[in-house]
Each structure stands twice: as C-alpha cells, then as structure tokens.
Design a protein. Structure first.
Length: 344
C-alpha cells in the first residue's frame, strides 16, 4: 500500500524540462569589447602598412562573433578609417595624430579584419583593406577655393620635390637625405600658383658635404642604424621661384624599416608609372601561424554582404511601425557605431 501511495505522489510531481540557455545578445558596434577589438585591429593595420600615412578609426561598421569553443571566439570587424597627418614612419603615437579634415581632401580606408579572442587575449588573424580619396566634386562643392589632391607623378610635383630636397641637402650640415616616397601633393592657384608637397626621406651614410663629391656612394643607412624623416615644401611659380622647405628626421626606431631603396634627387626624378593621388591602403595580410577555421568563409563573404545587410536593416526599420508607449525611447541600433570624426 505504501508503495502505491509513493507511486501516485511521484506521478503528480511537476516535470521540469531543461531549458536551454539563451544565446548571448549580439555584440554592438559601440560595446567595449568591440572597441577593444577595433583598437587592436587598427594598430595591426598601421603596423603592417609601409607607405603613406597612419589611419585612425572613424566608425565600426559591423561586428560579428562566431564562437569556437570555451573562451575562444572569432570576431569579424568592418571598419571605416580616416587618414591622419602622421606619416607611417613617424614615431608619433596614433592617439596624438590629427585626422585630416574633409576640406583637406581626406582619404578614407575600408577594412575587414578577422580576430581571435582566446582566453581574453585578442590577436589579428587576417585583414583586407583598401582606401580612396573623397570625391573632388564633393570637395569643390563644399569649399570651391580648397585645393585638391593631384597626381603624384605630375611634372610640377616631381620638379618641386626634387628642387626642395636638393635645396635642403645643399644647406644641411647633417646627413645627406634621399627621397623614399611622395606622400601628398596639391597645386594652389590663388593668390599665386604654388605647388605644395609632402614626402618621406631617409638618412644616408654620407654627410651632405661628402655627397657633393660622390653622391652615388651615398646609400641609406642599414636597418640597425636607419633614420627616417619627413619633409614638407611649397614652391611658388613666380619670375623668381620662391621655395620653402622643412625636413625632420625622427632618429633611429628599432624595427621600423622601408622596403624600397631611396631615390637620389640631384638629377631630378623620373615620372612614376603610377599616377596615384594618394597612397592606397591596399593591405591584405594573414597571420602565417594562424590556423584556418570554419569561419574563414564568413571572412571572405563579409565585403559582398555589406550592402545586403545595410539594405535589410533599412527595410526592417521601414516596416517597424508598431505604436510605442508614451515616453518610450528606442535603444540605439547595435551597428553601425558612432562616428568619431566626420561622416563621409
């Protein structure tokens, strides 16, 4: 009898089913974790770029997390970057670099970055970037008198760079400088026709005085002694040409290298085959020690999925017409994130 009563009571007990844990909320573009990943990504991009200028984060466009196991996530970021005024070879910390304004004919970078967060540590597995200057038409529409970027192999640009570096070397008491690359160039037509250039330089194993005797023997310093710098110059095209030059050497920076040999400007510069108006952030890099995961396909499809995602978000917002309670404040959208500098 006791067994029967126990059985009846057992049957009457409520049955509790295991409820699966709710999936974590999607990561927002302005969440601290996204911000931390973006900082690591931007530092990585600048560290692996060897030309032009450093780029700063303008906005996180999208973030996706693909769990791989306990304390192991793959994070995909879409980043909008802006060119700063700091040359890539400059030791100035990125936080102290000024982002170029729209009216200075800014350059934007678009990057897709794949990171791994393992036991709380972030590392970049792969990145793919490209950049482009703002539309000349847009610049002129907003600021009709603002000069715009011109081709780096423009004859006047090459003449100005050559004249500027030769003038600096002829008056210098320090090392003879060779041209590494031209960074930016503009031609101002009012009030006087003036060519404005920016270019990177490297110190050689000759003094400026020694170079006068045999400039061909002057080579860039070896890696363990390298000393890079940057110059700005402006030359007014008047009856008597007015030239202003300012060059700064950064001093030796361990680990900072420049892949291409410097150019001697004493005999002028030959036009380059590429007429770029800016250095394209054509960076594509994969960590050679990183193993591919099932999420690799996600990274390859990120770029093509951008327009589809943005269109879907716009359509969802259009159809979300439900009445809201009085005083209701909708939460901010998870992505894209805030704009740090200006919308382009």
């Amino acid at each position: 009898m006791k067994a029967l009563v126990a059985l009846i009571l057992l049957v009457q007990l409520p049955i509790h089913k295991a409820v699966p844990a709710a999936p974590p909320a999607p990561l927002g573009c302005d969440d601290p974790e996204s911000e931390a990943a973006a900082e690591v990504a931007v530092n990585y991009i600048n560290a692996h770029s060897h030309h032009g200028y450093k780029f700063a984060l303008n906005r996180i466009e999208d973030v996706r997390v693909v769990p791989q196991g306990p304390n192991n996530d793959i994070i995909f970021l879409e980043l909008d970057l802006l060119e700063t005024k700091c040359p890539i070879l400059s030791p100035t910390p990125l936080a102290n670099c000024t982002v170029r304004s729209f009216t200075e004919h800014a350059v934007e970078g678009d990057c897709d970055v794949k990171l791994q967060k393992l036991d709380g540590t972030l590392s970049v597995l792969a990145s793919k970037c490209h950049s482009h200057a703002d539309s000349t038409e847009d610049i002129v529409r907003v600021c009709p008198d603002c000069p715009v970027l011109v081709s780096l192999n423009n004859t006047e640009v090459l003449e100005t760079v050559s004249a500027a570096l030769n003038d600096y070397n002829s008056k210098s008491t320090g090392p003879y400088l060779r041209l590494l690359e031209i960074g930016r160039a503009k031609i101002v037509y009012y009030p006087a026709h003036t060519v404005v250039v920016e270019f990177a330089v490297g110190a050689t194993n000759c003094s400026a005085e020694e170079a006068k005797a045999n400039v061909g023997a002057c080579q860039l310093l070896p890696k363990d002694q390298s000393n890079f710098g940057f110059c700005t110059a402006a030359m007014a095209k008047r009856s008597a040409q007015n030239l202003r030059v300012d060059c700064q050497l950064y001093g030796h920076q361990p680990g900072v290298t420049y892949a291409d040999p410097g150019q001697d400007t004493s005999a002028g510069l030959a036009p380059s085959a590429a007429g770029f108006t800016n250095h394209n952030l054509g960076l594509s890099h994969s960590n050679p020690v990183a193993s591919e995961s099932s999420s690799a396909e996600v990274f390859r499809s990120m770029l093509s999925a951008k327009s589809v995602t943005k269109r879907a978000v716009a359509e969802a917002a259009q159809h979300d017409k439900k009445p809201r309670p009085v005083g209701f404040v909708p939460p901010p959208p998870p992505c894209p994130g805030k704009i740090r500098h200006f919308d382009i």
